[in-house]
Design a protein. Structure first.
Length: 350
C-alpha cells in the first residue's frame, strides 16, 4: 500500500512542478516593462497581469471597464474600439480593453508620428520655432498634388500651430528638407520600426516617404509603443521610463518640454478642442486613411482614429491611448479618451 501511496505523491509532486514551469514560461513570454490587468469587458478577471493593482487602481479599472462597455454597446457599437490606461509612475497598465491588441496589434499612428517630426524639425531647421509657412490647402510636389488635413487650409502657421492643428502640408514641406536617415533612425532608436523597415523607408518613393512622415503609410506600431512614447514625454524620470534610452537621444536638448507645451495646445485650441475642451490633459490626435470611395463625384476617405494623451497636464499620473475604426483621432477616439479620463475620479474635466 505504501508503494502505491508513494507513487501517487510523486505524481502529484511532478504535476505541481510542471504547472509552476508552465506559469514561469507564460510570464517570460510576456516580459515587458509594462503591467497588464485584463479588461472586464473581455469577460476575464485578474488574468495576464504583472504585479498587483492597488485598491484605488482597481476602482479606476472597474469604472473604466464600465465606461468602455457602455460605449462599445452604444454609440460605438458599429465600430472597432480599443482603450488602455497606464500609471505613469509605476508603468502598470491599469486598464486595457484587449490584451492582444495592446501588445500585438500594429496600427497606423496617423499624425501622432508628428511628435517625432517636431523633434527633428527643431534640430535640423534653423530658427524652426519662428519660421512661417502658409498653408493654402494644397501643394504640388513631384507632379503630384497634396491636400492638407483641413479643407481650405490653415493659413499662416509656425511649428507649434502646425502641430496643434495637424497641418500635413507644413510637415511634408519641412520633413522633405531633413535627411531620411534622421527620421528613420529616430523611429528605429525608439523601437517604432526594425532594421528591415528602416531600410524600406530609406528606399521608399518620395510620395510614400512623405506619407510615412505624417503617419499615413508604411509605419505601423502597437498601442504599447505609443504608450511608451507618451509616458516618456510626460515623465522622463519616472521608473516606467528607466530604460528609455532611445527616447532620450531623440527628444533631447529641451525639445520634450516644447512638445509637451504643444500637446497641451492640441487640447486647448487644436484638433482635440471640440472633443476635449475643459479636460486637464496634453495630447496628440491621429487619423490614417484605411480605404476610399467615390461618392457624388467626390473622393471620400475612410480613416481610423488614434488619440494619445497624459493626464493631468501638471504632475501627470496616467497615460491613455484610444483607437476607433472607422473614425478620427480628434472626434471619435478623443471622445473615448474623455470618458476614460472621467472614470479616474478626480476633477480632470470641467
Amino acid at each position: 500500500m505504501k508503494k502505491y501511496t508513494d507513487a501517487i505523491l510523486f505524481f502529484l509532486y511532478i504535476r505541481r512542478f510542471a504547472v509552476l514551469l508552465a506559469a514561469a514560461a507564460l510570464l517570460t513570454a510576456f516580459d515587458s516593462p509594462f503591467f497588464i490587468f485584463s479588461a472586464r469587458a473581455e469577460g476575464l478577471k485578474n488574468s495576464f497581469y504583472r504585479g498587483e493593482l492597488s485598491s484605488g487602481e482597481i476602482q479606476i479599472y472597474n469604472r473604466m471597464a464600465d465606461k468602455f462597455d457602455s460605449m462599445r454597446g452604444g454609440k460605438y457599437s458599429k465600430k472597432e474600439i480599443f482603450a488602455a490606461a497606464v500609471n505613469i509612475n509605476t508603468g502598470k497598465v491599469v486598464f486595457a480593453s484587449d490584451r492582444d491588441f495592446f501588445y500585438g496589434r500594429k496600427i497606423s499612428p496617423g499624425s501622432i508620428i508628428k511628435i517625432f517630426d517636431y523633434a527633428l524639425i527643431l534640430k535640423h531647421i534653423k530658427n524652426a520655432s519662428s519660421v512661417k509657412f502658409y498653408c493654402k490647402d494644397e501643394s504640388v510636389s513631384g507632379g503630384r498634388r497634396y491636400n492638407c488635413s483641413q479643407k481650405g487650409g490653415h493659413g499662416e502657421v509656425d511649428l507649434e500651430s502646425a502641430f496643434c492643428n495637424s497641418c500635413n502640408l507644413y510637415f511634408k514641406k519641412f520633413m522633405g528638407l531633413i535627411p531620411r536617415r534622421e527620421f528613420a533612425g529616430a523611429l528605429k532608436r525608439c523601437g517604432f520600426i526594425d532594421e528591415a523597415e528602416e531600410k524600406a523607408l530609406l528606399k521608399a518613393s518620395s510620395e510614400r516617404y512623405l506619407q510615412a512622415a505624417i503617419g499615413d503609410g508604411p509605419v505601423k506600431v502597437t498601442p504599447q509603443k505609443l504608450i511608451e512614447l507618451v509616458t516618456f514625454l510626460a515623465a522622463p524620470d519616472s521608473p516606467a521610463s528607466a530604460d528609455a534610452g532611445g527616447y532620450r537621444l531623440v527628444f533631447d536638448g529641451g525639445c520634450a518640454e516644447k512638445i509637451n507645451f504643444a500637446m497641451r495646445g492640441v487640447v486647448t485650441r487644436g484638433t482635440a478642442f471640440n472633443a476635449m475642451a475643459g479636460t486637464d490633459c496634453a495630447a496628440k490626435t491621429g487619423s490614417a486613411g484605411i480605404s476610399a470611395r467615390i461618392e457624388k463625384g467626390k473622393k471620400i476617405i475612410i480613416t481610423s482614429g488614434v488619440f494619445l494623451c497624459y493626464t493631468p497636464y501638471i504632475n501627470p499620473e496616467y497615460a491613455i491611448m484610444t483607437f476607433c475604426e472607422p473614425g478620427t483621432g480628434g472626434i471619435e477616439a478623443a471622445g473615448l479618451a474623455r470618458e476614460l479620463i472621467s472614470a479616474i475620479g478626480e476633477p480632470l474635466i470641467k
